[in-house]
Design a protein around this ligand. Structure first.
Ligand SMILES: [Zn+2]
Length: 185
Protein backbone atom coordinates (compact mmCIF):
# COMPACT_ATOMS: atom_id res chain seq x y z
CA UNK A 1 0.00 0.00 0.00
CA UNK A 2 1.60 3.18 -1.23
CA UNK A 3 0.05 5.54 1.29
CA UNK A 4 1.54 3.62 4.17
CA UNK A 5 5.03 3.69 2.69
CA UNK A 6 4.85 7.43 2.16
CA UNK A 7 3.58 7.94 5.67
CA UNK A 8 6.29 5.78 7.19
CA UNK A 9 8.81 7.91 5.38
CA UNK A 10 7.25 11.10 6.73
CA UNK A 11 7.27 9.72 10.25
CA UNK A 12 10.76 8.17 10.05
CA UNK A 13 9.15 4.84 10.96
CA UNK A 14 7.73 6.08 14.22
CA UNK A 15 4.32 6.45 15.73
CA UNK A 16 3.51 10.09 15.02
CA UNK A 17 1.82 10.45 18.40
CA UNK A 18 4.12 8.67 20.88
CA UNK A 19 7.27 7.90 18.92
CA UNK A 20 6.99 4.14 19.35
CA UNK A 21 8.87 2.29 16.60
CA UNK A 22 7.08 -1.04 16.73
CA UNK A 23 3.83 -2.42 15.38
CA UNK A 24 3.06 0.59 13.25
CA UNK A 25 -0.17 1.04 11.41
CA UNK A 26 -1.99 3.93 9.84
CA UNK A 27 -4.99 5.77 11.21
CA UNK A 28 -7.51 7.74 9.18
CA UNK A 29 -8.18 11.18 10.59
CA UNK A 30 -11.88 11.44 9.86
CA UNK A 31 -13.67 12.87 8.04
CA UNK A 32 -10.81 13.74 5.69
CA UNK A 33 -8.98 11.21 3.62
CA UNK A 34 -5.73 11.82 5.48
CA UNK A 35 -3.72 9.45 7.60
CA UNK A 36 -1.09 9.40 10.31
CA UNK A 37 1.25 6.64 11.46
CA UNK A 38 0.29 5.20 14.84
CA UNK A 39 1.43 2.27 16.96
CA UNK A 40 -0.75 -0.51 18.32
CA UNK A 41 -0.95 1.23 21.69
CA UNK A 42 -2.21 4.54 20.33
CA UNK A 43 -4.52 3.21 17.65
CA UNK A 44 -7.11 1.40 19.79
CA UNK A 45 -7.30 4.44 22.07
CA UNK A 46 -7.88 6.74 19.11
CA UNK A 47 -10.69 4.51 17.96
CA UNK A 48 -12.28 4.19 21.38
CA UNK A 49 -12.09 7.28 23.63
CA UNK A 50 -13.44 5.19 26.54
CA UNK A 51 -10.12 3.41 26.94
CA UNK A 52 -7.84 6.45 26.74
CA UNK A 53 -4.94 6.25 29.17
CA UNK A 54 -3.94 9.87 29.80
CA UNK A 55 -0.48 8.86 31.00
CA UNK A 56 0.34 7.31 27.65
CA UNK A 57 -0.55 10.55 25.93
CA UNK A 58 1.88 12.69 27.91
CA UNK A 59 3.80 12.25 24.66
CA UNK A 60 1.49 14.85 23.12
CA UNK A 61 3.53 17.64 24.64
CA UNK A 62 6.00 16.86 21.88
CA UNK A 63 3.91 15.52 19.04
CA UNK A 64 1.34 18.32 19.18
CA UNK A 65 4.01 20.66 17.76
CA UNK A 66 4.08 18.73 14.49
CA UNK A 67 3.60 20.79 11.36
CA UNK A 68 1.38 18.07 9.88
CA UNK A 69 -2.26 19.20 10.20
CA UNK A 70 -3.53 15.61 10.58
CA UNK A 71 -1.33 15.14 13.65
CA UNK A 72 -2.41 18.49 15.08
CA UNK A 73 -6.02 17.40 14.65
CA UNK A 74 -5.46 14.12 16.52
CA UNK A 75 -3.56 15.93 19.27
CA UNK A 76 -6.35 18.49 19.62
CA UNK A 77 -9.02 15.80 19.85
CA UNK A 78 -7.10 13.72 22.38
CA UNK A 79 -6.32 16.72 24.56
CA UNK A 80 -9.96 17.81 24.44
CA UNK A 81 -11.11 14.34 25.47
CA UNK A 82 -8.70 14.27 28.42
CA UNK A 83 -9.37 17.81 29.66
CA UNK A 84 -10.53 16.64 33.07
CA UNK A 85 -6.96 15.59 33.84
CA UNK A 86 -5.93 19.24 33.99
CA UNK A 87 -2.59 19.16 32.19
CA UNK A 88 -4.16 18.45 28.76
CA UNK A 89 -6.05 21.74 29.05
CA UNK A 90 -2.79 23.62 29.51
CA UNK A 91 -1.40 22.01 26.36
CA UNK A 92 -4.65 22.72 24.54
CA UNK A 93 -4.29 26.39 25.43
CA UNK A 94 -0.86 26.42 23.81
CA UNK A 95 -1.83 24.44 20.73
CA UNK A 96 -2.46 26.81 17.88
CA UNK A 97 -4.47 25.54 14.93
CA UNK A 98 -5.27 27.59 11.87
CA UNK A 99 -8.98 28.01 11.11
CA UNK A 100 -9.19 25.19 8.61
CA UNK A 101 -7.41 22.70 10.87
CA UNK A 102 -9.49 23.70 13.85
CA UNK A 103 -12.67 23.16 11.87
CA UNK A 104 -11.39 19.73 10.91
CA UNK A 105 -10.52 18.90 14.52
CA UNK A 106 -13.95 19.88 15.73
CA UNK A 107 -15.93 18.41 12.84
CA UNK A 108 -16.57 15.10 14.56
CA UNK A 109 -17.75 16.37 17.92
CA UNK A 110 -20.10 18.71 16.08
CA UNK A 111 -21.98 15.81 14.52
CA UNK A 112 -22.28 14.04 17.87
CA UNK A 113 -23.78 17.14 19.43
CA UNK A 114 -26.46 17.09 16.78
CA UNK A 115 -28.55 14.68 18.81
CA UNK A 116 -30.61 17.37 20.47
CA UNK A 117 -33.65 16.37 22.48
CA UNK A 118 -36.83 17.29 20.62
CA UNK A 119 -39.33 19.68 22.13
CA UNK A 120 -42.66 17.91 22.65
CA UNK A 121 -46.15 19.09 23.56
CA UNK A 122 -48.46 17.53 26.19
CA UNK A 123 -49.28 14.68 23.81
CA UNK A 124 -45.69 13.96 22.90
CA UNK A 125 -46.04 15.57 19.48
CA UNK A 126 -42.78 17.17 18.36
CA UNK A 127 -42.93 20.95 18.16
CA UNK A 128 -40.99 23.06 15.71
CA UNK A 129 -40.39 26.78 15.46
CA UNK A 130 -43.26 28.34 13.51
CA UNK A 131 -45.90 25.92 14.85
CA UNK A 132 -49.11 27.08 16.48
CA UNK A 133 -50.15 25.67 19.84
CA UNK A 134 -53.03 26.06 22.29
CA UNK A 135 -52.50 26.46 26.00
CA UNK A 136 -54.23 23.58 27.86
CA UNK A 137 -54.23 25.14 31.33
CA UNK A 138 -54.48 28.64 32.78
CA UNK A 139 -50.92 29.79 33.29
CA UNK A 140 -49.87 32.68 35.42
CA UNK A 141 -47.16 34.59 33.66
CA UNK A 142 -44.66 35.67 36.26
CA UNK A 143 -43.47 39.20 35.87
CA UNK A 144 -45.95 40.03 33.12
CA UNK A 145 -48.93 40.35 35.46
CA UNK A 146 -51.50 38.37 33.52
CA UNK A 147 -52.75 34.85 33.11
CA UNK A 148 -52.37 33.07 29.82
CA UNK A 149 -55.82 31.52 29.53
CA UNK A 150 -56.48 27.95 28.68
CA UNK A 151 -57.47 27.69 25.03
CA UNK A 152 -55.35 30.63 23.94
CA UNK A 153 -53.76 29.98 20.58
CA UNK A 154 -50.09 30.92 20.34
CA UNK A 155 -48.95 31.27 16.75
CA UNK A 156 -45.49 31.08 15.36
CA UNK A 157 -43.73 29.70 18.43
CA UNK A 158 -39.94 29.73 18.72
CA UNK A 159 -37.98 26.82 20.20
CA UNK A 160 -35.38 27.50 22.89
CA UNK A 161 -32.25 25.60 23.94
CA UNK A 162 -34.36 23.96 26.61
CA UNK A 163 -36.71 21.28 25.19
CA UNK A 164 -39.15 21.95 28.05
CA UNK A 165 -39.68 25.56 27.04
CA UNK A 166 -40.79 27.49 23.99
CA UNK A 167 -41.27 31.18 23.39
CA UNK A 168 -44.42 32.71 22.04
CA UNK A 169 -46.47 35.86 22.03
CA UNK A 170 -49.47 36.01 24.38
CA UNK A 171 -51.46 39.24 24.89
CA UNK A 172 -48.84 40.97 22.80
CA UNK A 173 -46.05 39.96 25.17
CA UNK A 174 -43.32 37.56 24.31
CA UNK A 175 -43.21 34.93 27.05
CA UNK A 176 -41.68 31.57 27.81
CA UNK A 177 -44.16 28.69 28.01
CA UNK A 178 -43.65 25.18 29.26
CA UNK A 179 -44.15 22.78 26.38
CA UNK A 180 -45.95 20.27 28.63
CA UNK A 181 -48.86 22.73 28.95
CA UNK A 182 -49.27 23.12 25.21
CA UNK A 183 -50.96 21.24 22.45
CA UNK A 184 -50.00 21.52 18.81
CA UNK A 185 -52.81 22.91 16.64
ZN1 LIG B 1 1.89 5.47 19.60
Amino acid sequence: MKIKEELLQRSSNKCEICGNEENLDIYKVEPKDEYIVVCDICKPQLENPDIIDPNHFRCLNESMWSEVPAIQVVAYRLLSQMQEEGWPRDLLDMLYLDDETKEWAESLSATEDDETIPTKDSNGTILNSGDSVTIIKDLEVKGAGFTAKRGTVVKNIVLTDNPEQIEGRVNGTRIVLLSKFLKKV
